[in-house]
Design a protein around this ligand. Structure first.
Ligand code: 5GP
Ligand code: ZN
Length: 116
């Protein structure tokens, strides 16, 4: 369920500090340490899976909770109306650097498309 060498598992376990902003039985959200936008949060599942590629049929609940956390946080943080960007980087070509699935939630400025 958790990986002792995983940075985000250590945040879930409270072994590494993070500014938590949302939590339920399935997911945790906290501020990104190097924000790319005025609001930049990471939403992660409480189970360890290295990337989206490791999810299978049967994981609908945790993936649904992960996605649903974004509009809840947007409402709580006051940027639901202005809008926001959600991003999941997967593997090397996706630009993933931390190998515990996370969804970026970015807001507070206009975001460009396509991303770099
Ligand atoms: P990725 O490139 O894998 O999609 O995104 C990883 C994100 O994790 C980056 O935006 C990076 O700033 C963030 N990050 C890396 N280490 C830490 C940390 O120790 N604490 C927090 N809160 N965020 C981190
Ligand atoms: Zn992990």
């Amino acid at each position: 369920m958790s990986d002792k060498d995983c940075l985000f598992c250590k945040i879930i376990a409270g072994e590494i500090p993070a500014e938590k902003i949302y939590e339920n039985d399935y997911v945790l959200a906290f501020k990104d340490i190097q924000p790319a936008s005025p609001h930049h949060y990471l939403i992660i599942p409480k189970i360890h899976k290295a990337s989206l590629q490791e999810f299978v049929d049967g994981d609908q609940q945790v993936l649904g909770e992960l996605m649903l956390a974004a509009p809840k946080i947007a409402q709580e943080q006051g940027f639901a109306e202005a809008g926001y960007r959600t991003v999941v980087n997967t593997g090397k070509d996706g630009g993933q650097t931390v190998f515990h699935l996370h969804m970026h939630l970015l807001a507070g400025r206009e975001h460009q498309w396509p991303p770099g």
